[in-house]
Design a protein around this ligand. Structure first.
Ligand SMILES: [Zn+2]
Ligand SMILES: [Zn+2]
Length: 422
């Protein structure tokens, strides 16, 4: 089937270029990119004038919840949500029930993915058995099974000696360590950022030090082991400074943030909206600005959703008891476009780079691009269309979005993947 996408502004993040041209797709492959393609036998023509055409995205922080918490999300529903968000590769987090901490667990998950997934799913495994922080998993065997990274995401490994060993093993087996950097002895039972809002609302706060002290420790340990380290969900200015200094020293550190950290702040919690209860918590407006600046300067390499689905029972309760987390796969690109493009922090090639080439680099997979000869995996994005995030439109099984009711500018019009439009 021949498809022609006409006059779209094509973004190629790898070369950081943008140009207006036509794209001819035949049998799922890009066969020609040129201005004004005329060709016989076109079965579908898409007018993309005024639209952005970009490669599909890689999201390296996604909780698919399967096995064990299929009431929140499944591989099937989570990857459908991914496609709706223009994401065709996700890295699944291992804090399932049971946790992905053995070869057997990885094999089981691979079976589920093979049968049910609508997008590509890469697997990460836990750092410690059962994510309990006591005993390392068999990193060598898990690497042989093809896991892309290890992480105890959801918590941090408190035992520094154990964490150092994890880095050493990871280095030996050339595997990435992703750090959920949180010192629980500092976070205690806090439910939002410690500061003005926590005082006014009379709720227990989480100090920023709970994050940045652990970011500093994790980086120092990785540095000592000469291992690669990726810092998940950076939320505050101090963490940015620590990462920036480490990069200057030549440490193999990369970092991600999630859209809520640069689009919302602690003031958004004044309505006690539990969908905005996230860990690490929404910080101050100054932090949100620092995150945007860090994305601009490249200190934060990439954007991931930290898609964390929870059921209504876990969210529609009083603030203190509600679970931490927000879904994000289906809104990430539009939120980023609204905040970072409209706010003039990034241009299109830079923004797309942070959703495609950068995560692909960190994960060591092929870099998404729109090029002749490659399989067509692309998004047609309307940069001016305004829309409001609504519960009923999510493909995710859970509806706990911190962006419900938010007006966004820019909307995915269609996604082309594996030979068809979605
Ligand atoms: Zn986390
Ligand atoms: Zn997470």
């Amino acid at each position: 089937m021949k498809i022609l996408i006409k006059e779209g502004k094509i973004i190629n993040p790898k070369k950081r270029e943008e140009r207006i041209a036509d794209i001819l797709i035949d049998k799922g492959k890009i066969v020609k990119i040129a201005p004004r393609i005329n060709c016989a036998g076109i079965e579908r023509e898409i007018n993309a004038a005024g639209k952005i055409v970009m490669p599909t995205l890689v999201d390296m922080h996604v909780h698919l919840r399967e096995p064990g918490r299929e009431d929140k999300e499944t591989v099937a529903t989570g990857t459908k949500a991914a496609l709706a968000g223009g994401v065709t590769t996700v890295l699944a987090m291992p804090n399932t029930e049971p946790a992905i901490d053995s070869r057997e667990a990885v094999k089981l998950l691979k079976e589920i993915i093979k049968e049910k997934a609508h997008s590509d799913v890469l697997i990460s495994a836990a750092i410690t058995k059962g994510r309990k922080g006591n005993e390392l998993v068999d990193i060598e065997n898990l690497a042989k099974e093809g896991v892309k990274a290890i992480t105890d995401d959801g918590s941090s490994v408190d035992d520094s000696q154990l964490m150092l060993k994890a880095f050493e093993q990871a280095k030996k087996n050339d595997i990435l360590v992703i750090c959920h950097s949180e010192d629980r002895s500092l976070a205690k039972k806090g439910v939002l950022n410690l500061g003005f809002s926590s005082t006014c609302l009379g709720l227990r706060g989480i100090p920023k030090s709970a994050e940045f002290e652990r970011v500093a420790r994790d980086i120092r340990l990785a540095e000592e082991a000469e291992a690669r380290i990726h810092i998940a969900h950076v939320s505050c200015k101090e963490s940015v400074e620590i990462i920036s200094q480490a990069k200057k020293r030549g440490v193999g550190v990369s970092a991600e943030t999630a859209p809520h950290y640069f689009s919302l702040s602690e003031e958004d919690l004044w309505g006690f909206d539990t969908n905005k209860k996230i860990n690490p918590p929404l910080r101050t407006q100054a932090d949100s600005f620092a995150i945007k600046q860090a994305l601009k300067e490249g200190v934060i390499d990439l954007i991931a959703s930290d898609h964390a689905p929870h059921t209504e029972n876990e969210k529609d309760i009083e603030f203190q008891r509600a679970e931490f987390g927000t879904i994000g796969l289906e809104t990430a690109l539009a939120v980023a476009a609204t905040e970072l493009i409209q706010g003039k922090f990034l241009d299109w090639p830079d923004l797309v780079n942070k959703f495609t080439v950068k995560p692909a680099e960190v994960l060591g997979i092929a870099k998404p691009e729109i090029r002749e000869g490659r399989e067509a995996a692309l998004i047609v994005f309307d940069p001016v269309k305004e829309w409001v995030v609504e519960e009923n439109n999510f493909f995710s099984k859970s509806k706990n979005s911190c962006f419900l009711g938010k007006k966004l500018k820019g909307k995915i019009e269609m996604v082309f993947y594996k030979g068809r439009f979605i």
